[in-house]
Each structure stands twice: as structure tokens, then as C-alpha cells.
Design a protein around this ligand. Structure first.
Ligand code: HEC
Ligand code: HEC
Length: 325
């Protein structure tokens, strides 16, 4: 009997290693025991309703920080103690329109979604920890102290943007997160960076530059007109945008600038290919330290997490059919 159990656990282990990511396990772990059944409307609150008091001041500062991140906590600010971000991107560079554009990972409803299970850390994470996740990865920098004015301000702004969304109900809101490109296609087909290069040159290079370098604004700590997509001043390899599926999802409904989920410019395949081109090994990108500790549990490790020497090429560009259960 004992031997039998051993064999069963062993084969369970092997199966999980073989199949990799299991969305069912992720959904079980993300269960908060509550499901909102009503209808929710994606609504951007009117800035004129921000009250004229201490709370309102903090909300406004939070919005400033999302829109002009580099000016307050970027690597070029005067005060070395305030240099929390490691690159000159703004939060708004990805969370478009001050974090209000649907399907660009908006902050509408965010406050109602935390704390939540985080597969990357295999633990329950708070909103402050999630913000610091982007600080250390997308912004290639350092965590903000939880009791800092900047952290409180970002939280206050997200709270204000999440007004009316019931706690625990954010998943019922259309427009949150990113819109997924065809998950059947990505299971069968690998992304092709050579084809992605052609898309890049035709659809992206005019703004982001032929070498992905972007165009900087005049003046110090002033960010970019068009942000870089790779190079020293870009997001690091621990960022969500480094993952081909996340990047493709973002690009499909947001890029070239002006695209929306309802009116995309690229096909799913073009978005997939250009995401692979953008994140190619030969395009320099800063490393995230201790990235080997990410996703400690194989069963919930996102299929498109690619770490050289740890994962195979398939995790970088697909096809993802064998990785996703
Ligand atoms: C390079 C792109 C990029 C930049 C810059 C960036 N983020 Fe993110 N952020 C993402 C992506 C991608 C996600 C995950 C979206 C998803 O999976 O739905 C995310 C998710 C989040 C979430 C979770 C939102 C939710 O409702 O669940 C928060 C909060 C967040 N980011 C805050 C920030 C803050 C604050 C900054 C600036 C300090 C920032 N991000 C900068 C790409 C970025
Ligand atoms: C008309 C100019 C323009 C074109 C063309 C364009 N982008 Fe962008 N892109 C932007 C701007 C501007 C932002 C930042 C948004 C902001 O700051 O409000 C951005 C942000 C991004 C981001 C997130 C931030 C970052 O730096 O990583 C990615 C990824 C991206 N673009 C990819 C692409 C891809 C891929 C294409 C081609 C399919 C493309 N863009 C075409 C202007 C453009």
C-alpha cells in the first residue's frame, strides 16, 4: 500500500512537470469564496469630483505619480533618496490614460481585487506589494516603503478609480486586465520573431525607433514622448511585458497607439510575432535579480515565463500546447 501511494505521488509529480501550467489549480487558489453575480459598468470617475480636502490632495498626487512617474521617483530626480524607479518610464506608459483605458491593465476596480493569490510568489499579496512588483520589474527599480506618501497616494488614486466596484467583484468587470489573443492559435503555433520584425518596422518603428530606443522628452527626469521597448532604460526580464503572451495581449488592443479591443490594428498573429521580436534575447534588457525564485510552484507557473537556462525556448515563443494543461 505504502509503495502504491509512493508511485501515485511520484506519477502526480511527473505529470505536473510534464504538463506544466494548470489553469484549474490557479483558479482554485484564486478563489476568495465569493462571486459577484450582478452587472457592473466600466466607468471612469470625473476628476472634478475629487474632493477639496486631504483625501483629494492625496488622490491628485497619486494620479500625478502614475502619469509623471519619472519626475517624482525616477532615476534622474535631484534627491538620490527619491530614485525608486530604475528607468524613465511612467506607470502610464503601460497603464494607459492614467490607468483608465480598458484592457490596458487599468486601475478601475483594482482596489476591490486585493488581497489576492499571486502565483509568482505563491502567496497572498496586497495591493502595495503588487505596486512594488511593477516598481521592481516594469520600472526596473526598488520597492516604495509601504508607509511612504507615494505609496499611499497611488493607493488612494486606485481607491478613487475603483469607487462603486464591490469588494471581491472586480473580476466581473469587463475591461479589466488585458484582452487575450487567441489561445487556440498560441497552443499550436510558435511566435515568429522574423515575421515580428517586419511588423515592427512597418507598425512600430516610426514611434519606438528602429532600435527600440524610443524618443526622450527634453529636460531632466522628463520621460519619453515614445517609450523604449528594449535597452537599458526599459522594463527588466522579470516584468509581465517580457512574457510573450502578456505582451501580445497588451499590444493587440493597445498598439499602434490608438488601437482598442473593439478596433484593433494588428491581427492576433501579428501581435504575437511582434511581441516575440520585441523580447528577443539579442535585444538587451536589464536582468531582474533573484528571478529564479519566481513562480516556485510549477503547477501555477505561467506558461510564458522564460528564464535562460531554466526554461526551454518553448516557454519563450511557444507553441504553448504542451505547457498548458
Ligand atoms: C512596462 C509596462 C508596465 C509599467 C511601466 C507598469 N506596469 Fe503595472 N502592470 C503591467 C502589467 C503587464 C500588469 C499585469 C496585467 C495583467 O496581467 O492583467 C500590471 C499590473 C499592475 C497592477 C495590478 C492591477 C490590477 O488591477 O490587478 C498594479 C496595481 C500595477 N501594475 C501598478 C503599477 C504602477 C504603480 C506602476 C508605476 C510605478 C506600474 N504598474 C508600471 C505593466 C506595467
Ligand atoms: C504613434 C506612435 C506609436 C506607434 C506607431 C506604436 N506605439 Fe507603442 N507606445 C506609444 C506610446 C506613446 C506609448 C506610451 C503610452 C503613454 O505614455 O501614454 C507606447 C507604449 C507601448 C508599450 C508599453 C510600454 C513600453 O515601453 O514597453 C509597448 C509594449 C508598445 N508601445 C509596443 C508597440 C508595438 C509593438 C507597436 C507596433 C505594433 C507600437 N507600440 C506602435 C506610441 C506608439
Amino acid at each position: 500500500m505504502k509503495k502504491f501511494i509512493k508511485i501515485v505521488t511520484l506519477s502526480a509529480l511527473c505529470t505536473s512537470a510534464l504538463f506544466g501550467f494548470d489553469p484549474k489549480v490557479l483558479s482554485e487558489r484564486s478563489n476568495t469564496g465569493y462571486k459577484y453575480e450582478g452587472k457592473l459598468e466600466y466607468k471612469i470617475p470625473d476628476v472634478n469630483t475629487i474632493p477639496d480636502n486631504q483625501f483629494g490632495e492625496l488622490v491628485k498626487y497619486g494620479k500625478e505619480l502614475i502619469v509623471h512617474t519619472s519626475k517624482y521617483i525616477g532615476p534622474e530626480v535631484e534627491d538620490p533618496k527619491m530614485r525608486f524607479a530604475g528607468n524613465n518610464l511612467q506607470c502610464q506608459t503601460c497603464h494607459l490614460d492614467a490607468g483608465t483605458k480598458a484592457y490596458s491593465a487599468p486601475f478601475i476596480g483594482t482596489t476591490a481585487a486585493f488581497p489576492q493569490y499571486r502565483p509568482r510568489e505563491d502567496t497572498i499579496g496586497t495591493l502595495a506589494e503588487r505596486i512594488n512588483g511593477c516598481m521592481q520589474r516594469s520600472m526596473n527599480g526598488y520597492p516604495l516603503p509601504q508607509d511612504s506618501k507615494e505609496m499611499k497616494a497611488m493607493e488612494a488614486y486606485m481607491f478613487w478609480l475603483s469607487q462603486g466596484i464591490p469588494v471581491g467583484g472586480a473580476t466581473a468587470l469587463e475591461g479589466r486586465g488585458l484582452a487575450k489573443i487567441d489561445r487556440k492559435m498560441i497552443k499550436k503555433q510558435a511566435a515568429n520573431p522574423e515575421k515580428g520584425k517586419v511588423v515592427y518596422e512597418q507598425q512600430c518603428a516610426s514611434c519606438h525607433g528602429i532600435n527600440g530606443e524610443g524618443i526622450k522628452n527634453e529636460g531632466r527626469a522628463n520621460g519619453y514622448i515614445y517609450p523604449p521597448l528594449w535597452g537599458e532604460d526599459s522594463y527588466n526580464k522579470g516584468a509581465g511585458m517580457y512574457r510573450v503572451l502578456k505582451a501580445a495581449d497588451f499590444i493587440k488592443s493597445n498598439m499602434p497607439l490608438g488601437a482598442t479591443k473593439e478596433n484593433p490594428i494588428l491581427t492576433d498573429e501579428e501581435a504575437y510575432n511582434v511581441a516575440a521580436y520585441m523580447n528577443m534575447d539579442s535585444h538587451y534588457r536589464p536582468e531582474k535579480i533573484n528571478r529564479k525564485n519566481d513562480f516556485p510552484d510549477e503547477v501555477v507557473k505561467a506558461p510564458d515565463v522564460y528564464r535562460e537556462g531554466i526554461e526551454t525556448k518553448e516557454h519563450q515563443v511557444g507553441p504553448f500546447g504542451k505547457i498548458i494543461k
